[in-house]
Ligand binder design. Structure first.
Ligand code: BTN
Length: 326
């Protein structure tokens, strides 16, 4: 976790190296013996890393495992990013675990990642299907030093950051359906659930847990009928699969960068540019009521500007909108 093991440090060093690094050099950098390096390399190989050893040259990394491990995620993070990572094969909900950590004072940037969830949570109290081996389920603890106004923007800021991260790794052009769904090829590839704790007396955000689910590998064998019309995956749209650890690391990096600058609202321009909903006919859902409208813009607080058939306009700052198919 926060104290990186030799194994994770080696994964980072090899992953960021242009060529071979000798065992002696690694031992010196990490302050351990060459024998310790050798054992840690063996352990990384057992985990699925492809590491070649060539005499008189040293070690070189040729591939990461297909599974998500702490070492695989760390090897994709920039060198020196020593944030706390909690990586699971299976958990009820990464958001639940992250909230417990946050309550106990875990610092900003800490991430909880799992290969599957048994009780994944979606927005509006819905469940979030979380099968193993296909997707990314991750939650990040954020403690931006910010007032309540800026904290309202965290979800939209996170959506822009995640979209940018996926584009960088996968060469996609991800769109955002207000407020926080990521779309590719007209269907959902990712959802975001933000849960926050507010200190009312101080009028500040104590912490936010931003939970993100991203479909990376094909979903054609797990979703059917109605769901398959609405959801897709990066692999289903792009035609090949991507390294989940690389996407996770990119999301963490972009999220940190975007949230640090949340006060400037600079991300809003990108959020608007990525909008999948503006210009479309929609159903505005408020509790039990549904009303047809047209999405006409995104406000400067990341609200959805809508126009009803009687010409009345409204800015929605919460709730849901469903796009009416053409
Ligand atoms: C939605 O589309 O309704 C939001 C889905 C959010 C799912 C993610 S997966 C990681 C994190 N843990 C959860 O239990 N939910 C979020």
């Amino acid at each position: 976790m926060n104290i990186l093991t030799v194994k994770e440090k080696i994964a980072c060093e090899l992953s960021h190296s242009e060529g071979f690094i000798s065992g002696g050099e690694l031992a010196q950098r990490l302050g351990v013996s060459r024998n310790t390096i050798w054992k840690a390399v063996e352990s990384l190989r057992e985990e699925g890393f492809s590491i070649d050893a060539v005499s008189n040259r040293g070690y070189i990394m040729n591939g990461r495992p297909d599974i998500i491990t702490e070492a695989s995620v760390r090897s994709c993070l920039p060198l020196g990013d020593d944030r706390n990572l909690f990586v699971f094969e299976n958990i009820d909900s990464t958001n639940n675990f992250a909230k417990e950590l946050a309550k106990n004072g875990e610092p900003d940037g800490t991430a909880v990642i799992s290969d599957m969830q048994t009780a994944g949570k979606g927005r509006m109290g819905r469940s979030f299907s979380s099968p193993p081996g296909k997707s990314i389920y991750m939650s990040v603890i954020l403690r931006p030093n910010t007032d309540m106004e800026a904290s309202q923007l965290i979800t939209s800021c996170a959506a822009a950051a995640a979209a940018s991260a996926i584009d960088k790794v996968c060469g996609t052009d991800v769109e955002i359906k207000w407020v926080n769904d990521l779309f590719l090829g007209g269907r959902k590839i990712s959802g975001i659930l933000t849960e926050a704790s507010v200190s009312f007396e101080a009028g500040v955000l104590d912490y936010a847990v931003v939970g993100i689910g991203i479909n990376v590998r094909t979903v054609k064998d797990v979703f059917d009928g109605e769901l398959l019309n609405k959801a897709t995956s990066i692999e289903d749209e792009i035609g090949r699969s991507f390294d989940r650890s690389e996407i996770i690391a990119a999301v963490l990096t972009e999220m940190g960068r975007y949230v640090e600058d949340i006060h400037s609202k600079n991300f809003l321009e990108e959020y608007k540019r990525r909008s999948f909903i503006v210009g479309k006919r929609i159903i505005v859902i408020k509790g039990d009521t549904e009303k047809e409208a047209k999405a006409v813009g995104i406000s400067d607080d990341a609200g959805l500007e809508v126009e009803y058939s009687d010409g009345i306009r409204e800015i929605l700052n919460s709730g849901e909108a469903r796009i009416i198919p053409d």
